[in-house]
Design a protein around this ligand. Structure first.
Ligand code: G3H
Ligand code: 13P
Ligand code: ZN
Length: 328
């Protein structure tokens, strides 16, 4: 069942966070749906209620243009038929205004992100407001961003880019956006913290205080960049040095402070890279694309199960189903 992120956030707010996972291809889609239903492999028992979780499947502009957006859209529509028990939102990640309109008109997306965070405040407000009007007219919800991720090598730079709590309150009120991505010290990719920096939960607490009660916040750049996966990649010929991520123990702390959506892309890429590298290393005579694909799908599903446990969304699927039914 496809739902909006807002429906998921109402259930999660203050208690746990929903995993928002980026995908680019078929194997990632299948591993993602299986993992969120608590299944590791094709023939696993139907839905494991202890681990099954609602989730957000997100698609970046790069993922849409990797082949043709219609391939990815068809994969998602098919996954919805193959996994009828799943409860998920389909979300556009870091959209521009034009791409948001395309996603809104596609009939597939239930949520879009307009990312005009690189524009001056007034322009960000105006663009976001336009997207909100177009999306809401079709029952689609909007995530916007204020502040800028990355560039947090030093405290001075960080204070320039982190989301300002007062501006956040004004931005939400003037744009009507349904959730807000905030810059709280994280950045995209595998190299988040070069020194003793951490996620700025103190800034998050201030933002939460300034916003209306129950207002959902989003953490981007939230991969934990697990050492185990980086070590496996490097042992199989990779060269990922000096990586660092968000400690998984921060997820629930952030959830208590209003973060309902936690964005994970890099970790999925690491699982992909490790399993494919190991497969080619360990079976040099094999050239069947399904060999690494099968290993990856199982490993990714297992990783999603783990991630949902640390986000607190594991085991929430049936409770969310009831909650959504009651709201209708
Ligand atoms: O926020 C960025 C995501 O990790 C998507 O990355 O644009 O390379 O698909 P991408
Ligand atoms: P990571 O690079 O930390 O996985 O962040 C992904 C993200 O924020 C997608 O919007
Ligand atoms: Zn992001």
């Amino acid at each position: 069942m496809r739902v909006t992120t807002t429906e998921l956030f109402r259930h999660a707010y203050g208690k746990y966070a929903i995993g928002a996972y980026n995908i680019n291809n078929l194997e990632q889609a299948v591993g993602l749906f299986r993992g969120n239903l608590g299944k590791r492999e094709k023939n696993d028992e139907p839905v494991d209620p202890k681990t099954a979780a609602p989730f957000i499947l997100q698609i970046s502009r790069g993922a849409r243009s990797y082949t043709d957006k219609r391939f990815l859209e068809a994969i998602i529509r098919t996954a919805e038929e193959v996994f009828p028990e799943a409860i998920f939102a389909v979300h556009l990640d870091h959209g521009t205004e034009d791409v948001c309109y395309d996603a809104i008109d596609s009939g597939l997306y239930t949520s879009v992100m307009i990312d005009a965070s690189d524009r001056p405040f007034e322009e960000n407000v105006a663009i976001t407001r336009r997207v909100v009007e177009r999306a809401h007219a079709k029952g689609i919800v909007v995530e916007a961003e204020l502040g800028q991720l990355g560039g947090v090598e030093e405290d001075i730079a960080a204070s320039v880019h982190l989301t300002d709590p007062d501006q956040a309150a004004e931005f939400v009120e003037r744009t009507g956006c349904d959730s807000l991505a905030v810059a709280i010290g994280t950045s995209h990719g595998a190299y988040k913290f070069s020194g003793p920096q951490t996620v700025r939960l103190d800034v998050l607490a201030k933002i939460q205080k300034r916003l209306p009660p129950g207002y959902p916040l989003v953490m981007h750049g939230a991969s934990s960049v697990p050492k185990e996966w980086v070590d496996r990649i490097n042992a199989a010929g990779g060269q990922i040095k000096g990586s660092s991520g968000v400690p998984e123990s921060d997820y629930l702390e952030a959830a208590k402070l209003g973060v309902c959506k936690i964005n994970i892309d890099t970790d999925g890429r690491l699982v992909w890279c490790a399993t494919y590298r190991e497969s080619f290393r360990d079976k040099p005579e094999d050239f069947d694309p399904r060999t690494p694909g099968k290993v990856f799908m199982k490993a990714y599903a297992s990783y999603i199960i783990h991630k949902n446990q640390v986000l607190g969304s594991a085991g929430q699927l049936e409770s969310v189903r009831k909650f959504i039914k009651q709201q209708k």
